[in-house]
Design a protein. Sequence first.
Length: 131
Amino acid sequence: MRHLTRPFVLGALARRKGVEQFVGPITLGRERGIRWVAVWPWQDGYNVSVHDVQDLDDEDYHDLSVFPPLDPEDEDDTGYGRAIGHFQDPAEALWLAEQDTGANPNRWVNHGVAGDDYADFVLARRAQQQP
């Protein structure tokens, strides 16, 4: 099972390991892309970052951190995204991520695994487009 239960998400964060989630497709202006969100340990707490990146439409690309940003001026470094909050409590960080980005409480994965959900999304989209 790829997705973590809430206790496992909190446990990963307590062990100073990041979690992330592929949120889905987005449109910014006329540009279509995808969004993913991350919660990761930083200094004495946890950062929450959101990433609005280009949809490469390729199920073989799983490292979302290297996808080009939709708005290059909005993200200095694609891998870090836009920080939207920093909290001492990991549960508060998750709450912000879920409230502000549309992240689903039941779809968190370990760091580096959100690309698998993106690959599933690409394959499902292609299957829908087939006659």
